[in-house]
Design a protein around this ligand. Structure first.
Ligand code: SF4
Length: 353
């Protein structure tokens, strides 16, 4: 009886709090399966406030799954440029093509069919089912894990599969039969705004029933395994130009930056002399750039070089200034090209770099 009351208390207080406090985002105003899919993929690893303009631009450019499936990968990556984790954009594109060829361009509501779509994992499937199809489905992300671990005072490391299974089960049990999607989204919102790393328990609608709070353990939970260390990289980036063209490469295959363009780069500066089969003259250094991706932190040292002749280099292309501005670049190399375009625009225009 006691646990039943606690469940009722959570539903009532959480729903009331959510109705009063929920943040308005474009993907929350008439949620469609496609809109939920795109927003949830964008929101992985990126703050909601940053996602808003990307989401709006994306939905204008690719308003339907069909339009996304029919776009080129360069267009898709370009639209994603700046969000990082480009594998997510590639998965969205492949997923859209799958939905067009297998489900007539409409995301299905059946979780077994959703599993076949590239890039859709348990969380995104749960979010689509809950927010768009209004099913009783658990969408368990880091926010929900934090709230549940504290509410029920789970001491186990939450990144263990056994703990994740337990938390998912707890969420499924907690969801009501009436409007389960409201409680699901409210739990996510509570974890994103109040029950954050340093929780604001004084503002929390669940304080009275939160075991971690009552036991003084809110800030100690959830427990996690130690993270892999950040790996530091150092890269020399020769920006080689001839007349008004620059030597760039498109990263291919399964690399982190696949689909994105970059200038050549080396770990050792002297590699440049073996790389370019013609004469080069050093012109100037550009500002050092720091670039973080997955678990790497790279320091980029760009230098502009003038090539006496326009030589062919295996795997590279010569691109005009206009192309450099429109092609999708990795964020570190985009910063380099921005400095080139903004600080040295005149030199570039008159070819007197
Ligand atoms: Fe989180 Fe504090 Fe609320 Fe518990 S009382 S759910 S720890 S914010």
């Amino acid at each position: 009886m006691e646990s039943f009351n606690k469940r009722e208390f959570i539903h009532k207080n959480l729903k009331h709090w959510f109705e009063e406090e929920k943040r308005i985002f474009p993907w929350r105003i008439h949620p469609t399966p496609y809109g939920v899919w795109v927003s949830e993929v964008m929101l992985q690893q990126t703050r909601a406030i940053v996602v808003i303009p990307y989401f709006e631009r994306w939905m204008q450019c690719f308003p339907t799954i069909q339009s996304l499936a029919g776009a080129s990968i360069d267009e898709v990556i370009k639209m994603w440029e700046g969000l990082g984790y480009y594998a997510r954009a590639r998965s969205l594109h492949e997923g859209a093509q799958y939905v067009v060829s297998h489900y007539e361009g409409e995301l299905p509501s059946d979780p077994e069919l959703l599993k076949n779509v590239k890039g859709l994992g348990p969380y995104t499937i749960g979010a689509i089912r809950s927010f768009a199809f209004h099913q009783k489905a658990a969408a368990v992300d880091g926010n929900v894990i934090r709230v549940i671990a504290r509410l029920y005072c789970y001491e186990e490391e939450v990144d263990r599969p056994s703990a994740q299974k337990l938390i998912r089960k707890k969420v499924e049990e907690l969801l009501p039969d009436t409007e389960p999607w409201v409680i699901m989204e409210a739990l996510i919102e509570l974890g994103a705004t109040i029950c954050v790393k340093k929780p604001s328990c004084e503002k929390c609608p669940l304080q009275e029933v939160c075991q971690a709070y009552l036991l003084g353990k809110a800030k100690l939970l959830p427990k996690k395994k130690k993270r892999a260390k950040i790996i530091l990289l150092q890269r020399f980036v020769p920006v080689i130009y001839h007349k008004k063209e620059f030597l760039i490469q498109k990263q291919e295959g399964k690399k982190v930056m696949a689909g994105l363009y970059e200038f050549p780069y080396f770990e050792k500066e002297h590699t440049l002399h073996y790389f370019y089969p013609g004469k080069l003259r050093k012109i100037r250094k550009l500002q050092e750039v720091e670039h973080t991706f997955t678990r790497y932190k790279a320091r980029l040292f760009p230098t502009v070089w003038k090539a006496k002749e326009r030589k062919k280099v295996e795997g590279f292309i010569w691109a005009s200034i206009e192309e450099i501005q429109t092609l999708p670049f990795s964020s570190g190399h985009r910063k380099i090209s921005k400095e080139l375009m903004e600080e040295h625009a005149e030199d570039l225009t008159y070819g007197k770099f």
